[in-house]
Design a protein. Structure first.
Length: 261
């Protein structure tokens, strides 16, 4: 696991965007797993800037979003589909048929998750999964539990997760859907590379547990410790409780194969 500590949120987002840009340059059709959430906003801003400067070409890429609220169609302003259009899709040259989202409003969610996994398998699996981390250690919507589900599935959201997502629902957490569809932990860990982006002081404690604590389904993000190619990109505040992992870097990610610890 490579841990990059950056001096600011903007620098962390820019370092993560370097890693996405690197994946976009790979030969063939790069397949990206993409997150939503406040942490992802500066990352998408950095990617849109790069794209406008001619330094990020999405024309060959396919994207798969990590999760979506159950019961919402992509026109709902609180949906992750709406979030992706606003922050990324409408600004870059992604082919419309290559942005894959779970359809939260699908009548038959079992068929929907099977369709999504099939599309992902047809695309060849994820080359790069970019993930955020929930305050309780969730990855996508894989909530802490005695057991986790490997593949895409329907989940009941923790109350704390609904509260954390209230901003998309007029700050009324009771309006946040009770369930979601989410890639499974195995789907995420099957990605050839995983980039975890976490910023802000409120993430420091869970980042420490996920990176330095035991590997446990009670902290789903801790399972990243067993993946062979994970890059953790943190700002100073989110890295505050880590000791001896990485050095502050103002220059973005090191070249592949170098170590930060
Ligand atoms: C949300 C999303 C996750 C996201 C996480 C962190 O609930 N389902 O995919 O990574 O929580 O969100 P934020 O970046 O807003 O803290």
């Amino acid at each position: 696991m490579r841990v990059l500590k950056l001096p600011s949120t903007t620098a962390a987002a820019s370092a993560a965007s370097d890693l996405v840009a690197e994946a976009l340059q790979a030969s063939g059709a790069p397949v990206l797993g993409l997150p939503t959430g406040r942490t992802a906003v500066p990352l998408y801003r950095a990617l849109v800037r790069r794209h406008r400067a001619g330094r990020a070409d999405f024309s060959r890429a396919a994207t798969f979003n990590l999760d979506e609220f159950a019961g919402l169609d992509a026109d709902h302003p609180g949906s992750y589909g709406a979030f992706m259009r606003e922050h990324l899709f409408q600004h870059v040259n992604l082919a419309p048929g290559r942005t894959h989202l779970l359809r939260g409003s699908a009548k038959d969610w079992r068929m929907e998750i099977a369709r999504f996994e099939r599309r992902l398998a047809e695309a060849g699996g994820l080359d790069l999964a970019v993930v955020g981390i929930g305050l309780n250690g969730h990855l996508a919507f894989n909530e802490p539990a005695p057991q986790l589900v490997a593949r895409t599935h329907r989940v009941r959201l923790a109350a704390s997760t609904r509260r954390a997502n209230a901003s998309g629902f007029g700050n009324r957490w009771q309006d946040v859907p009770t369930h979601a569809l989410s890639m499974g932990i195995g789907t995420i860990l099957s990605a050839r590379r995983v980039v975890l982006l976490a910023t802000g002081p409120h993430k420091a404690a869970i980042v420490q547990r996920a990176l330095s604590g035991p590997v446990t389904t009670r902290v789903p993000a801790s399972l990243l410790q067993v993946h062979p190619d994970v890059v953790v990109v943190l700002d100073r505040a989110a890295a505050a409780l880590l000791s001896g992992r990485g050095r502050p870097s103002a220059s973005g990610p090191r070249p592949a194969g170098s170590r930060a610890d």
